[in-house]
Ligand binder design. Structure first.
Ligand SMILES: C[S@@+](CC[C@H](N)C(=O)[O-])C[C@H]1O[C@@H](n2cnc3c(N)ncnc32)[C@H](O)[C@@H]1O
Ligand SMILES: [Mg+2]
Length: 519
């Protein structure tokens, strides 16, 4: 049975590449914010998201449920309040990296972490990373670090994450782990936002195939109704009042089933006072600079007391009292305390500086650990008892990959943006006319200036650049002579989006193969 499951999982990657080709264009249209000037009206996009009854399967979603889920999570990450500012993001329960594939393209993201308790799916992930070696260079740096570990454990490498994503993971967790996960996210990582999704049990009556299984998916430890999920979420914000939460459904059912809600449910948690380094005021900069962690080896001698509750709570949280030698965390200086009182805060912000300092510190502690292990010291940790892993290093690194990147010149970026826009306009017109004739396309330079306004507002420079690169510019109009292109049509089978969300995640993929084979 396990071997069969593993085989299916291995198959999944190649299936995903097929899927990618099929849903790619749809996904881009559906998920990423439409271009400002795109005329994609709400009515149009709503028409594309719907569900139908199938006599055998029950409800079938268009597009497939997981696509709708990824799109909903992406929408959260692209919210204008933090769009472009989420640099370090962790995907908890990343499975085979299906979502990381899209996360990679979220503007501003420079470090993606994946944590999964399973090791089998990790082998499927290698493709995405290996492709990276041959892929065109990125314009921005990107590091992907995959860990094997329990998302409930507060590994120090999670510190500094701006966003936490957990798609359809919590229902696979044991109750005590789920409790610890909450603390890990909101007490330890303290991200700017956290996006958590889980199935909606109210919806399950619509799935006939679940009737045999007590109306839940066989591989889930629980499934919550909307009320239960809302309770769980409001309980979190009561315990962590720094956060607000909003819930919504993903994957509407067929007409007339609105009262059951949607197939999945999503909670978006937002920190009320998250502060990134570049947003810090002079006062809070001082506060951060004053963090009294000494990262000097000579200071590591003496008794180990981890007494400052602020440091314990906000910086590393876990090992409360270490009954061995070598480190001392001094308490806050007077200036820091005054500043904290003035700012009415009892917490420190995780900034790059602090995080780097913690990393440096951790390296030294790891070095020390080997010596300590030999002496058979025990660790006493409030949550994990004796012999807890050293200094919050719970996860094993499975893969750490840096994508190659090169920064493009300003001219190159301007040209690329303008040529993409011209191509988009051509596509738009060709879909409208259903063919491309030999006519000319005339685009006012002012219009193109808006596309590159974040780089330059020098019209003459852009005109020169375009002319140098073979574009015809007459007065302030770019004249594009179109080629005559034969009608191109991409055949899409009717049942392309079929998906039955009642099955386990593994079976779901298998089901898809069958559907394709039949089609
Ligand atoms: C249904 S899959 C999630 C799929 C993935 N997030 C996506 O949307 O494509 C659930 C994943 O959570 C992982 N998982 C379950 N319990 C976990 C835990 N305690 N810590 C980390 N990962 C866990 C499983 O190994 C599995 O890969
Ligand atoms: Mg599942």
């Amino acid at each position: 049975m396990i071997v069969a499951l593993q085989t299916l999982i291995y198959f999944r990657q190649s299936l995903l590449s097929v899927l990618e080709r099929l849903i790619g264009p749809y996904y881009i249209r559906f998920s990423f914010l439409p271009n400002k000037d795109d005329d994609l009206d709400d009515e149009d996009s709503e028409e594309q998201v719907f569900a139908e009854y199938d006599d055998e399967k029950g409800v079938v979603f268009f597009p497939p449920m997981y696509v709708q889920r990824y799109a909903a999570v992406n929408d959260c990450l692209l919210d204008e309040r933090w769009s472009g500012k989420l640099e370090k993001v962790v995907d908890l329960g990343y499975h085979d990296m299906s979502f990381i594939k899209y996360l990679k393209e979220v503007p501003g993201v420079e470090h993606i972490l994946g944590v999964d308790i399973e090791t089998v799916p990790l082998r499927c992930s290698s493709d995405l990373l290996a492709n990276g070696e041959f892929a065109p260079k990125r314009e921005t740096p990107l590091q992907i670090t995959l860990f094997q570990g329990n998302a409930a454990d507060p590994d120090y490498r999670l510190i500094g994450c701006d966003a936490v994503v957990a798609i359809e993971m919590i229902e696979h967790m044991m109750p005590h782990d789920l409790d610890r996960l909450v603390h890990n996210i909101f007490g330890f990582i303290q991200p700017w936002i956290a996006v958590i999704t889980t199935p909606n049990a109210d919806f399950n009556v619509l799935f006939k195939s679940m009737e045999k299984n007590g109306l839940r998916r066989w591989d889930h430890l629980f499934e919550w109704t909307r009320e239960q999920f809302n309770d769980w979420c409001s309980n979190i914000v009561t315990r962590y009042p720094n956060y607000t939460v909003s819930c919504k459904g993903i994957g509407p059912g067929p007409p007339g089933t609105l009262h059951h809600g949607c197939c999945s449910q999503l909670a978006l948690f937002v920190s009320k006072n998250y502060c990134k380094q570049q947003d810090l005021t002079i006062d809070s900069m001082a506060l951060v600079k004053d963090v009294p962690i000494t990262s000097n080896l000579s200071d590591m001698e003496g008794s180990w007391e981890y007494t400052d509750p602020l440091v314990e709570k906000n910086m590393l949280c876990a090992p409360t009292k270490l009954n061995c030698s070598t480190f001392q965390v001094k308490s806050f200086s007077k200036t820091t305390k005054n500043l904290m009182e003035k700012n009415k805060t009892d917490s420190l912000v995780h900034t790059r500086e602090v995080v780097d300092e913690i990393r440096q510190l951790t390296k030294m502690l790891n070095f020390d650990k080997n010596t300590l292990d030999q002496k058979q010291y025990t660790w006493n940790n409030i949550n994990w008892g004796e012999n807890a892993p050293y200094w919050n290093q719970y996860y094993k690194v499975v893969r750490d990959y840096n994508y190659p990147f090169e920064t493009k010149s300003e001219e190159c970026r301007i040209l690329e943006l303008i040529s993409d826009e011209i191509n988009r306009l051509i596509d738009l017109q060709s879909t409208e006319e259903n063919s491309i004739s030999g006519e000319k396309l005339e685009i006012p330079i002012d219009y193109l200036m808006r596309i590159v306004e974040h780089i330059t507002n020098d019209v003459d420079k852009v005109k020169d650049l375009l002319e140098w690169n073979g574009y015809e510019v007459v007065d302030n109009i770019v004249v594009y002579s179109r080629l005559i292109v034969e009608n191109i049509s991409v055949a899409t089978p009717d049942n392309e989006w079929q998906d039955n969300d009642t099955l386990s995640d593994v079976n779901k993929q298998f089901e898809f193969v069958d559907a394709r084979d039949v089609a």
